[in-house]
Design a protein around this ligand. Structure first.
Ligand code: 5GP
Length: 113
């Protein structure tokens, strides 16, 4: 598998504004923010999409949610926020390295577009 865009960011071959990292995930600002706060939480492991998850990835997915919630608290998103994971083309996925969007700082609408 060739390196994804996000793997290149994780390896610092491409620039991004990092806000968090540990041994399993990194988080950086989205290049085209859709809300005042728009951060991507990305596993270091390059998994193309949610359809590719294995049982061994279960804890990693939970860790991503936990990191997102910690970031939301740090960023004082006290009135709420939204976590989004898009899967494949019809789900709106454009970068095929799984990631979670943390969106906040404005009123979210439902249903999403
Ligand atoms: P998806 O559509 O796959 O759910 O989300 C991909 C996200 O990655 C989009 O919100 C897009 O703006 C963001 N993105 C694409 N290229 C880059 C980049 O080079 N740097 C950063 N920081 N974000 C990117």
């Amino acid at each position: 598998m060739s390196d994804s865009l996000f793997t290149k960011i994780i390896q610092r071959e491409l620039d991004a504004e990092f806000v968090y990292e540990d041994d399993r995930v990194v988080a950086f600002h989205d290049i085209a923010p859709q809300a005042p706060v728009h951060i991507l939480i990305v596993p270091r492991k390059q998994i193309p999409m949610l359809d590719d998850l294995n049982e061994e990835d279960e804890a990693l997915m939970g860790h991503m949610v936990y990191v997102a919630s910690k970031l939301a608290r740090t960023l004082k998103l006290d009135h709420g926020y939204r976590l989004v994971m898009n899967c494949n083309h019809q789900g709106g996925q454009t970068v095929f390295h799984i990631h979670m969007h943390l969106l906040g700082g404005r009123q979210m609408q439902w249903p999403p577009g």
